[in-house]
Design a protein around this ligand. Structure first.
Ligand code: NAD
Ligand code: 13P
Length: 349
């Protein structure tokens, strides 16, 4: 049999971290090509192409500075070249770019391949219907798509600080393969079958993290943030119960649930930018550009996507925290309206 290939689609903070891990792990398999092709959205950094820097210095100096790739991770500026021979496609793009990237590669992907999505967010089509990203990937590429979500601030994972994540797969063989490629002594993985809910939790927690940032920016303390986390978690659970019934309730206690919510509400980019939004009065897009050096926020867009979803289903009144985050980001409400949304939450009726 020919050796199988893994491609990493995306090379931001998390994409580069996963490429580093898989590049190291893959040399232990004799059924895989050692080379990992990593799609890099080309840009100039200090007068040089980012792909050249990565291929010569084995470091993504822009999105994951201070961490070296093993030399078998090779940057490709052409996404079709990166994926065309791949058997496993690890999709690690900011969620805003997933659909257009799938369109670009759709007639070039092996029919026997499968994908794993690491992206946190939803996809809203032109007719305003909302889909899971894994559904979009699967539909456009005509291959199965699993997910990996968890409490994983990328720079900490890249530094080998212990953490865990959840793989969503109902296919035993594929789930085990993904686990084998990604798990390390410092990054422990659990496979669960509730793929849709695992993905939804990853998207929703970023909305709660924006609320946590507003709370911090307003000068509230740890008790308030704990209330944001608890009421946010309640809305996450409610959303899954309403729209994805049939999952195991224990899924909320996995890394993709409560753990990812906690880490993002303390250490994430969404929290950081949302706090600055309150303190500086600048808009979200400006702060993203000023503070994140090309990295992308997922929470404000996810809040807009969830708003579309709730409008379509007529259920917005059950999710006041999610709704308040969107209205505040859009400046239709003042940041302090977040506290009113908490104060009058259906929890207290
Ligand atoms: P990032 O925000 O660090 O980087 C942005 C990336 O987008 C860069 O690679 C940039 O080159 C690329 N890009 C810019 N314009 C583009 C375009 N038009 N088309 C394609 N790519 C373009 O990215 P990230 O942190 O790797 O995030 C990817 C996904 O992983 C997100 O959904 C995020 O929620 C999720 N995630 C991130 C972390 C983390 O700590 N960074 C952890 C877990 C999950
Ligand atoms: P931020 O995008 O808010 O940094 O969150 C990263 C993350 O998803 C951690 O699991």
């Amino acid at each position: 049999d020919p050796l199988r290939r893994v491609a990493v689609v995306g090379s931001g903070n998390w994409g580069s971290t996963i490429a580093k891990i898989v590049g190291t792990n893959i040399t232990k398999f004799n059924t895989f090509e050692n080379e990992i092709r990593m799609y890099v959205y080309e840009e100039m950094v200090d007068g040089r192409k980012l792909t050249d820097i990565i291929n010569q210095e084995h470091e993504n100096v822009k999105y994951l500075p201070g961490h070296k790739f093993p030399p078998n991770v090779v940057a490709y500026p052409d996404v079709i070249e990166a994926v065309k021979d791949a058997d496993i496609l690890l999709f690690i793009l900011p969620h805003q770019f997933v659909e257009r990237t799938c369109h670009a590669i759709k007639s070039h992907v092996k029919k026997t391949a499968f994908a794993v999505s690491f992206s946190k967010g939803f996809y809203v089509s032109k007719d305003k219907s909302v889909d899971l990203l894994s559904t979009v990937i699967s539909r456009l590429l005509e291959i199965p798509c699993y997910v990996l979500m968890g409490a994983n601030i990328a720079s900490e994972v890249a530094a080998g600080k212990f953490c865990e994540a959840t793989i969503g797969s109902r296919n035993y063989e594929h789930g085990q393969l993904v686990k084998g490629l990604i798990q390390t002594d410092e990054f422990r993985l659990v496979i669960k079958p509730d793929t849709e809910v695992i993905e939804v939790l990853g998207a929703l927690k970023n909305i709660v993290a924006v609320a946590a940032g507003f709370s911090d920016g307003l000068g509230f303390g740890d008790n308030t943030k704990a209330a944001v986390i608890r009421l946010g978690l309640k809305e996450m659970v409610k959303f899954c119960e309403e729209f994805f019934p049939g999952h195991h309730p224990q899924i909320f206690l996995e890394s993709c649930g409560v753990a990812d919510l906690v880490t993002t509400c303390y250490g994430g980019r969404n929290r950081k930018v949302a706090a600055a939004f309150v303190k500086t009065g600048k808009d979200i897009k400006t702060l993203e550009e000023e503070m994140l050096n090309g990295q992308k926020l997922q929470g404000p867009d996810a809040a807009a996507e969830v708003q579309e979803w709730l409008k379509e289903k007529g259920q917005a009144n059950k999710f006041p925290l999610f709704v308040a985050v969107h209205e505040i980001c859009e400046r239709r409400l003042e940041p302090k309206a977040l506290i009113d949304a908490l104060r009058h939450h259906p929890e207290f009726w």
